[in-house]
Design a protein around this ligand. Structure first.
Ligand SMILES: NC(=O)c1ccc[n+]([C@@H]2O[C@H](COP(=O)([O-])OP(=O)(O)OC[C@H]3O[C@@H](n4cnc5c(N)ncnc54)[C@H](O)[C@@H]3O)[C@@H](O)[C@H]2O)c1
Length: 353
């Protein structure tokens, strides 16, 4: 029997509700495929501030680094919004990603056939969309120095080194080999020097992957093309800030923010989390959609633990729940046979396995 030590960070808002459903599904899939998961829970975000005055306790850093992979809900909420920036939950999350060395953020954007009407785009445009956005996560303008503000001006620095670009490019090309064999690298090389370096480096690394077709697109055009013709994309490779914006845009193709998972991987560990935040407006109401988190658990099985059959079983169980017409409230208007709460959705997916 395979044994894995999974670190769990439930976080704030709907975090605990949705992570509980993912654990429920992992336990069922574990039984079916002879996998044993042991879980250790850690604090991050607002709950950690309340418990020990620090959004990212050292115990969390050590615990996650010692685990095989981390499943994370979401952090943040109005209660902590007025704290100084460095003490806020979001600062803890940025520091967490840096400490974990998770430089590659993988965000799939796919459209469930049963939910084509949930998108704001026409079904003919979005049917069959299957995109993987590969975003550099711990460099670029969010981390570059110098940065600061005074009463008159504010400044940040967009900086990438060749090794930073090389390692994220390898991730994108390797993923493309397992998918549609296409990488579109997104930059702003017509204006930014850092983007010119990005493009030159991606071209050089791309030469090592002759089976992958490499194209380039300026970020403003990419934002437009994602809406105009999203099916043209397979793997989209981009830096931190462009990826932040484009991956949110891509996620809306699927119709609900509650559906999409993500993986943040590096050389030390990997963190799996839904793309949405802590949704304080619906926390504790039992109506959050747990699918993004359950799907994140599936990505964890696929990319960190190499348990491909178990990952496929979860993905198929989600598809069956969609096909059978079970919907949480966010998707109630789209083909619902029955509207179910968070826990029931977890039960249905678990029983489909
Ligand atoms: N990775 C993270 O932990 C992360 C990411 C983004 C935002 N945040 C934090 O989350 C808090 C709320 O931010 P926000 O409102 O901008 O974004 P959000 O993603 O939490 O919510 C946006 C909207 O989507 C809805 N929504 C989100 N997830 C859902 C789900 N699973 N099911 C159904 N509906 C869902 C919410 O109810 C809300 O109406 C803030 O404190 C923000 O800083 C955290």
């Amino acid at each position: 029997m395979a044994n894995y030590n999974i670190s769990i960070i439930k976080g704030d808002g709907i975090g605990p509700e949705i992570v509980d459903e993912a654990i429920k599904v992992l336990n069922v899939v574990g039984k079916k495929f002879d996998i044993n998961f042991s879980y250790n829970e850690y604090l991050m975000g607002g709950c950690a501030i309340d418990a020990c005055g620090n959004p990212l306790p050292q115990e969390t850093i050590d615990g996650v680094l010692a685990s095989d992979a981390c499943l994370f809900g979401a952090i943040g909420g109005a209660k902590w919004d007025n704290l100084p920036r460095e003490l806020r939950p979001e600062s803890g999350l940025l520091r967490f990603r840096k400490e974990m060395g998770v430089f590659a953020n993988l965000r799939p954007a796919m459209v469930y056939d049963e939910l084509v009407d949930a998108s704001s785009l026409k079904p003919s445009v979005i049917q069959g969309v299957d995109i993987m956005v590969v975003r550099e996560l711990i460099g670029g303008i969010y981390f570059g120095e110098p940065k600061g503000k005074d009463e008159f001006k504010g400044w940040n620095t967009m900086v990438y080194t060749v090794p930073e670009i090389e390692r994220i490019a390898h991730v994108a090309f390797k993923l493309a080999l397992k998918r549609g064999k296409k990488v579109c690298s997104i930059d702003k090389a017509n204006v930014l020097d850092v983007s010119q370096l990005w493009r030159d480096t991606v071209i050089r690394i791309g030469a090592q992957y002759p089976d992958v077709e490499l194209t380039h697109m300026y970020v403003d055009n990419a934002a437009m093309q994602l809406i105009a013709n999203p099916r043209q994309f397979d793997v989209m490779l981009t830096g931190n800030i462009f990826g932040d914006i484009l991956s949110d845009e891509a996620s809306m193709l699927s119709g609900s923010i509650g559906l999409l998972p993500s993986a943040s991987t590096g050389e030390k560990t990997a963190v799996y989390e839904p793309i949405h935040g802590s949704a304080p407006d619906i926390a504790g109401m039992g109506i959050a959609n747990p699918i993004a988190t359950i799907s994140s658990a599936s990505m964890m099985l696929r990319y960190s633990l190499n348990e491909i059959k178990a990952a496929d079983a979860i993905d198929n169980a989600i598809k069956k729940a969609m096909k059978d017409g079970f919907r949480t409230k966010d998707l109630a208007a789209f083909g619902a046979v029955e509207v179910v709460n968070t826990s029931k959705m977890g039960d249905i997916i678990a029983s489909n396995i």
